[in-house]
Write a protein that binds this ligand. Structure first.
Ligand code: C5P
Length: 221
C-alpha cells in the first residue's frame, strides 16, 4: 500500500442511526484501500469511559474529567479504533443499553465534541502514515464539520421499518428515533445532510447495491 498526497481520498459518510453507515463503510474501505473510522464508536467509547467513572452529562467537573483521558489510535487491519488511556473497549461495552441511552446526551455537549474534533481530523494523517489510499469516516457531522472539504460526501437514509429491523437483527436495545431526534435538534454539529452531499437511500437496496451505487458515484465525480 502506498499513496501520494494528491491521490489521497477522503470519503465522508453521514446519516442517522441504523441507516447502514458501518456496513457500507467497511466494505468500501476494503474495495478502495481506505482506513475506516467510525466516529459513533468514538462518542460511545468516551460515554462508556465517563459513565464507568460515575460521570453524568451534567457533571460540573466534566472538563477536569476529560483532561484525565488520553486519546490515541490503535489500528486493527483497516479499522482505526479510539483508545482511552491505552484501552480499546470491547464492542459489547460500547453498545450496551446504558451507552445507547446516554451517548446522544454526551454528544450534544460542546466540551465533548471539542475533545474529539482535533483527534478526528488527525485521522487523515494516521491513514497517510499507515500507507492507505485514503480515509473513510462515518458519523453525523463528518461532511459538515470534520471534513467539509472532503472530495466525496454521502448522506445515507432509510425508512423507519428497515432501520428498526436492522437493530433488532443485531439484538440491540436502542431507541433509534429518540437518538435521531436529539442528534438533529442539538445546537452543535447537528445531524443534517450537508450542502452538496449526495443522498443515498439504503432502504430499498441490498448492501451490495449500495456499494455499487456509491462506487459508481465516486467514479462519475
Ligand atoms: O453511529 P452511532 O449510532 O454509533 O453513534 C452513536 C451516537 O454518537 C449518535 O447517536 C450521536 O449522538 C453521536 N455521534 C455524533 N457525531 C458523530 C457520530 C456519532 O454526535 N459524528
Amino acid at each position: 500500500m502506498s499513496s501520494t498526497p494528491s491521490q489521497f481520498k477522503i470519503i465522508a459518510i453521514d446519516g442517522g442511526a441504523a441507516v447502514g453507515k458501518s456496513s457500507t463503510s467497511k466494505v468500501l474501505a476494503e474495495r478502495l484501500d481506505l482506513m475506516h473510522v467510525d466516529t459513533g464508536a468514538h462518542y460511545r467509547t468516551l460515554t462508556a469511559a465517563l459513565l464507568a467513572d460515575g460521570v453524568q452529562p451534567n457533571d460540573p467537573e466534566l472538563d477536569r474529567r476529560l483532561e484525565t483521558l488520553d486519546l490515541n489510535t490503535q489500528l486493527a487491519g483497516r479499522s482505526a479504533r479510539l483508545s482511552i488511556n491505552g484501552v480499546v473497549p470491547e464492542d459489547a461495552a460500547i453498545r450496551s443499553p446504558e451507552v445507547n441511552a446516554s451517548v446522544s446526551k454526551f454528544a450534544a455537549i460542546p466540551l465533548i465534541r471539542q475533545a474529539l474534533f482535533e483527534y478526528q481530523r488527525d485521522q487523515a494523517e494516521v491513514a497517510r502514515q499507515a500507507g492507505f489510499a485514503g480515509l473513510i469516516m462515518e458519523g453525523r457531522d463528518i461532511g459538515s464539520v470534520i471534513f467539509p472539504d472532503a472530495a466525496y460526501r454521502f448522506f445515507l437514509e432509510a425508512d423507519e421499518a428497515t432501520r428498526a429491523a436492522r437493530r433488532a437483527k443485531e439484538g440491540q436495545t436502542d431507541s433509534i428515533a429518540d437518538r435521531d431526534k436529539m442528534d438533529t435538534n442539538r445546537k452543535n454539529a447537528p445531524l443534517i445532510c450537508p450542502d452538496g452531499a449526495i443522498r443515498v437511500d439504503t432502504g430499498p437496496r441490498t448492501l451490495e447495491e449500495v456499494i455499487e451505487h456509491i462506487i459508481q458515484l465516486i467514479h462519475d465525480q
